[in-house]
Write a protein that binds this ligand. Sequence first.
Ligand SMILES: [Zn+2]
Length: 287
Amino acid sequence: MKAIDVHVHIVPLFGYARIVGPEIAGAMRKYYRAQEEEVLKTEEEMADDFRSLDLKAIIIGFDAESNSGIPKIENDYVAGLVQKYPDTFIGAWAMVDPWKGQMAVKEVERAVKELGMIGVKFQAVHQGFFPDDRRFYPIYEKCTELKVPVSFHVGNTGLGAGLPGGGGFRLSYVRPVPHIDNIAADFPDLTIIMIHPAWPWHEEQIAVLLHKGNVYADLSGYAPRYFPESIKREVNGRLQDKFMYGSDYPDIQPKRWLDEFESGGYKPEVIEKVLYKNAQRILNLKS
Ligand SMILES: [Zn+2]
């Protein structure tokens, strides 16, 4: 195994329009400067994208129903892919809609205990909530009790980018300080992953990573060539035990990410940690 990709969307199985709606999907393609037509894939073809590079992938569910009105993708389906392709999809993040209250708490328990999912992932911009709003604390209490990590998108997003009013999406939901920092302080036994370099708040992100022992980050969503300089320095230095490889497939192709990272001037032991050792330890993976 070359690496564990901790941030893999199953978008190619459905198409963007199904996940974010046609208008937002079009804007995202522009934002990511997608050159080619979106290609839909079979499950087998998607698994092959990782298998052919000797990668393991942790795939992601989708539920932002309350805020977006778009029907969720059942966690059962996502967990089922792990059952079907265990050589490649080694785990799955459940997604729960925090606005569903007690139903969300029950879904976390079901996703972890019955479906074997590894943790819970949120997209606060799409789901439209401040992560440190105390109304959502019962969800984090449940995750703490189940000893599974939670992950949150931080930093800028392609969702609604370029549209009037950003399609109504708000960037204030995804600032590391105060939102992630507050949860980390209130739940010291909860493992928290910040998704992406948090540009333009990556300095805040570094502060939280330095200050809160229970907070980590993945490096998905950016081609390594474009990582902010301070993130590059921290990955290669004092925060080398806190960052994990993630691509954000299909927006960033794993091969491109890995090529750029491996030629990015990082120390060999840092490359090993980022590509798989940190993920194995932080996410408590068996393999
Ligand atoms: Zn993502």
